[in-house]
Design a protein around this ligand. Sequence first.
Ligand SMILES: C[S@@+](CC[C@H](N)C(=O)[O-])C[C@H]1O[C@@H](n2cnc3c(N)ncnc32)[C@H](O)[C@@H]1O
Length: 336
Amino acid sequence: MAHEIPGPDDACMSDRTGRRSRIEARRRIAGLVARKQPARRPGAAPARTLPAKPGRAAPTPARVVEASPIVKWVGGKSRLLAQLLPRLPETYGRYYEPFAGGAAMFFRLAPEAAVLNDFNADLVATYRAIAGDTDAVIRRLELHRKHHAEKHYYEVRARWNDRSVSWSPVDRAAAFIYLNKTCYNGLWRVNRSGGFNVPMGRYVDPPICVPDALHAAGAVLARAELRSGDYRAAVADAGPGDFVYFDPPYDPVAPTANFTSYTRDAFGPDDQRALAGLARELVERGCRVMLSNSDTPFIRSLYRGFRVDRVQCARAINCNAAKRGDVDEVVVMGGY
Ligand SMILES: C[S@@+](CC[C@H](N)C(=O)[O-])C[C@H]1O[C@@H](n2cnc3c(N)ncnc32)[C@H](O)[C@@H]1O
């Protein structure tokens, strides 16, 4: 959600459950409410509006920046949000996203209280750096943008993989975003020894540094608890009324469709089983649980007793454009 300037129609305060944000998000999807202005960052100049001409209404400021993913990520949920948002629970306490990746849902909900987790420590460190000092990350990214070229890309990649280099968190975050935005197909892939090995992509003008988007994301990240580890540990303190959204690596629809190299560890059938067991446990604990996965007989068998809706999603990351077609996915819901 946009970081908003409190105004007359913001008199209704957001309660701890974040319910207002979700209702607004849904109404926005339905086109029922206009988007609001982003908040002013502390110290930032007030938004500039043109003076109204006599006889004309004051112009509406044009720039509205809502938080959205700042990295391109395999399995990103931006395209599925319209189908996920109407299926959210009406109310909830803390929001948990244990398989964050690009965290499209988290950024859209912009929850007041949240735990964001991913196994990928570099990704979470990037989120931490942005939450801590967005402007410093932007300054480094501007330099990458200025120097972007094949030579620069491979130098940054070599440095990224060189264990003898010591980085400041901000430099490392900027390098992560730079490589993510300019690498082939936006695919963050590491080899067995953890090295990032993706060649440079051929983009005309890759969006290496988008300050407004980074500020919007930084504001939302700054109020979340950022964790890096296994999904099980990430939800250990989820309690009654909390909402857990699981977006794990998907069960492959075909053997070749398996993509499990976000980190060095694959996510196989035993992991899917363990995850389903945890989802049940959380529902028994009083949590509200939502999960997305591919629509396979195996996944359906794991979530018997849950509400399971089939939805369609256009897959974004596939080097072969012909294979980017719509695929069936399921949204699993329990505890609400
Ligand atoms: C499908 S992606 C999530 C996509 C995300 N919802 C988005 O909008 O971009 C799955 C994520 O789970 C992470 N992951 C894989 N195994 C994990 C584990 N055991 N614990 C925590 N995170 C894990 C991967 O690093 C990856 O970022």
